[in-house]
Design a protein around this ligand. Structure first.
Ligand SMILES: [Zn+2]
Length: 491
């Protein structure tokens, strides 16, 4: 990619930048997902889960709005058979075309009209081949494993368990009603608002009242032990671990409480009502995922060290509350998580923090990593997104100083809460709150240019001689936690 790429970006335009947008975008990385006609406001997802059989029986009540008159529209739904579709309570015609559920309502949707769509569906969920790792035999979405179930969807796995407008800008609120056999616990995003016995089973109701993008939606069903605590600021912290998990692992996850309160001093109020962590006991899962307000950790990463916990927690501000409008800008989330994971570990020793970031910079130089904004899905979880993205933020910090840097990060997180953003939004925020026009040039070179820029000021350094080791960050498909079952491409 050349530096001309940014002009191309500007020309294509981004409808959703910095807004709680109507979802009129289809992401160029994944053109088979998402719908350019509807804007989902709320998903009410009822699932009856039979972990022993691996089946789900679902009903999704979806509130949506059509920005223009529509005779038909579509949702993403992978594999699961559909038995009935209602639009405003009236049966609608529907058909399946690949992974699209095409719906023709009895009456056209009127422009701006709020519409209730109910889809009854069920079967054995079938994970989707991961389009970011072609040929790597990786999958996304709902997984059944030894009479338990879990979901990791980034970037496009949501349609394996509910009919979705699976496109990053169509954020919505969610309610999950998950019914499971007695002895099991169902976990989902947000806050557990009720659990009630129903016909010899147990129903767990979870509520996510802040906007959430589809790929962050999660459900876990297992025989969990729950540990409920509070962060020092009062935010409820819940931990769900499989039976037999050692106390030390639970205590490791619980460090999210003090971290959360500390991060608030740097980047402002935690964006959700509660936070939680859940451990998946499937050796095939080799990475953690920042599922909104309920991060998912692989058992393989146990005991979860502070790098893992701080990385997924930082994503709640950067990546979840403020999330990318286009996948190519994922560095905004992963660069920030890399930065804050490193900052947390060395927060009491500035020299050690600088050294850790310089190690990352040296690695970026040694690998000649391309721009942080990536131009194809295969690079989404690459070192460019994580290492060069993190180094870009460090370069900004060096240029303008800690106080101005954290003020920018705080404004970016708080002023865009619940919204989708682009790299240009970040650059504009950095210029505005630093009052320093030169940060535009600095950031553009880090985000769009092939050549690795020099670091500003005293950190300018000559190239290291000899091999530069890969810094040990959580980062991506090839980072920590990926030592078992990692894709072949990671080497
Ligand atoms: Zn991450």
């Amino acid at each position: 990619m050349t530096s001309n790429f940014r002009h191309l970006l500007a020309a294509t335009g981004i409808a959703a930048a910095g807004t709680t947008s109507p979802a009129l975008a289809i992401d160029p990385f994944f053109p088979d997902f998402g719908n350019d006609g509807i804007n989902v406001l709320h998903y009410d997802i009822s699932l009856d889960v039979e972990p022993a059989a691996g089946t789900i029986s679902g009903k999704a009540a979806i509130t949506l709005r059509a920005p223009r008159t529509l005779d038909r529209f579509a949702l993403d739904l992978h594999a699961l058979p559909v038995s009935e579709v209602l639009v405003n309570g009236t049966a609608a015609d529907f058909s399946r075309k690949g992974d699209k559920l095409e719906i023709t309502p009895a009456k056209s949707l009127l422009s701006g009209e709020k519409v209730n769509v109910t889809v009854a569906y069920g079967g054995v969920p079938d994970p989707l081949a991961d389009p970011t790792a072609p040929g790597d035999n990786l999958f996304l979405g709902w997984f059944n494993h030894r009479k338990s179930a879990y979901v990791v969807s980034e970037p496009v796995g949501a349609s394996t368990f509910f009919p979705a407008n699976d496109e990053p800008t169509d954020k919505a609120t969610y309610r999950f009603k998950i019914t499971v056999p007695e002895g099991y616990t169902a976990v989902a995003n947000g806050t557990l608002v009720a659990q009630t016995p129903v016909d010899g089973k147990r129903r767990f109701i979870w509520s996510m009242t802040e906007p959430m993008t589809t790929w962050l939606a999660t459900v876990h069903v297992n025989k969990f032990t729950a540990d409920l605590r509070h962060a020092p600021d009062g935010t409820p912290i819940s931990l769900y671990v499989p039976e037999g998990t050692p106390q030390s692992h639970i205590d490791g996850l619980a460090k999210a409480g003090p971290m959360l309160t500390y991060f608030e001093t740097l980047i402002g109020r935690y964006p959700f009502r509660s936070y939680g962590s859940v451990i998946v006991k499937d050796p095939k899962l080799y990475y953690a995922l920042e599922t909104q307000a309920m991060s998912t950790f692989p058992e393989d990463a146990s005991p979860p060290d502070e790098a893992f916990v701080s990385h997924e927690l930082a994503h709640q501000w950067f990546g979840n509350s403020v999330s990318v409008a286009k996948w190519e800008d994922l560095w905004i989330a992963e660069g920030a998580a890399t930065f804050f994971e490193t900052w947390w570990q060395h927060r009491k020793d500035r020299a050690a923090f600088d050294q850790a970031m310089l190690d990352i910079y040296d690695y970026v130089v040694a690998q000649n990593l391309g721009p942080a904004v990536v131009d194809r899905p295969e690079d989404l979880f690459s070192d460019r997104t994580y290492y060069r993205g993190g180094a870009a933020l460090y370069a900004l910090q060096l240029q303008i100083g800690d106080s101005s840097f954290f003020n920018i990060m705080k404004h970016f997180a708080q002023d865009n809460r619940g919204r989708n953003v682009t790299s240009e939004d970040f650059i504009a925020t950095a210029v505005r709150f630093s009052g320093d026009g030169s940060v535009r040039t600095l950031l553009e070179s880090w985000l769009y240019d092939d050549a690795v820029p020099a670091l500003p000021g005293k950190a300018k350094r000559t190239a290291r001689t000899g091999p530069v080791p890969r810094p040990d960050i959580v980062g991506g498909r090839c980072g920590r936690g990926s030592h078992r079952g990692a894709p072949a491409a990671c080497g």
